[in-house]
Design a protein around this ligand. Structure first.
Ligand SMILES: [Zn+2]
Length: 321
């Protein structure tokens, strides 16, 4: 990429999610933004990417993390262990990563309870719960040297990055914005080719209730008002016009909310899973958690706007307000 000494390294993962972008920022300290998932394929890909620009892992001094999803931070423990790299991230993300695997397990348990309550068939819930050990192994607890807050500046010598908390895709989404307005690292907050899912998750720290779509829309409104410049994303191409992209994403969300509201108007008293099935078809069986998360996120918005009401306790059902 080259701008202001920023290099984009697109890492292979060997997983269905495809590739993930991490960034090396030339400066003092030499800084990596995200590090990719844990695994030999990604590790080799990171090493060769750095090698291609004349750098190596033992030169990296600081690791900035954009959010709590393992495809962005899973390798962190191994890098810290081997190279003594310092980690800086949002304080809530630090709280989450320092308590791994309890946080991972709590998040999974929370999701399992909610997908069951939203009508997902027992076989899917059981399959989800069976992933726990594998999920835990995708990362390990790390010590975070620098805990960041909204508005903080990360000084990288020639570049100063401002910390912006933009929850939605996950509770800990963080944008690192160069203070000359030329560019920003946006993680999965903005992606060019796909809309980032508002995923079901526990708010961190645990006491808060996280409603992803509502949070995401608040965050997108802020992002639209911020002159971010080039947006370096966690997956796929750089976003050049984030204002246009935010408008497009918000319009897509409005359309989907309308679709989900209409589904409950046609046939009231159904569960979120019933409607996920109707809206996503076969995809609801391939990626059930993603599809159900999205429907539930829209339902939370529709309830907030007094367009839907819920009934039931063990299994919840919805109808027009
Ligand atoms: Zn993510």
């Amino acid at each position: 990429v080259g701008r202001a000494g920023v290099h984009c390294l697109t890492l292979e993962t060997g997983f269905p999610l495809g590739s993930v972008n991490v960034y090396l920022v030339e400066g003092d300290p030499l800084t990596l933004v995200d590090c990719g998932p844990r695994g030999i394929v990604t590790r080799r890909s990171l090493e060769s990417g750095l090698g291609a620009i004349g750098r190596s892992l033992d030169e990296v001094e600081l690791l900035l993390l954009t959010h709590q999803h393992v495809d962005h931070h899973g390798m962190a423990h191994d890098l810290i262990d081997e190279f003594g790299i310092e980690v800086a991230c949002l304080d809530s993300l630090a709280w989450y990563l320092e308590r791994w695997p309890e946080t991972c397990a709590a998040d999974m348990t929370h999701r399992a309870a909610r997908i069951r309550r939203h009508g997902m068939p027992a076989a899917f819930v059981t399959a989800f719960e069976a992933q726990l050990d594998r999920r835990i192994g995708e990362a390990a607890a790390i010590d975070v040297g620098r805990r960041l807050r909204e508005g903080d500046i990360v000084d990288l010598g020639q570049t100063q990055l401002r910390v912006l908390h933009r929850p939605g895709h996950s509770p800990s989404d963080t944008v690192f914005w160069a203070d000359d307005g030329a560019f920003a690292f946006v993680g999965d907050h903005l992606l060019l080719r796909i809309s980032a899912n508002p995923l079901m998750a526990l708010g961190i720290p645990w006491e808060s209730r996280f409603r992803p779509l509502l949070e995401y829309r608040r965050s997108l409104a802020k992002t639209k008002e911020t002159a971010l410049g080039m947006c370096f994303t966690g997956h796929g191409p750089t976003v050049v016009d984030h204002v246009e992209l935010v408008s497009k994403r918000v319009a897509e969300q409005d359309e989907r909310s309308g679709l989900i509201e209409a589904a409950f108007q046609r046939e009231p008293g159904r569960t979120a899973w019933d409607v996920a099935h109707e809206v996503f078809g076969a995809k609801a069986h391939q990626v059930p958690i993603l599809c159900l998360s999205e429907v539930v996120a829209h339902i939370e918005r529709l309830e907030e706007e007094n367009r839907l009401v819920r009934s039931g306790s063990e299994v919840v059902r919805f109808a027009p307000a």
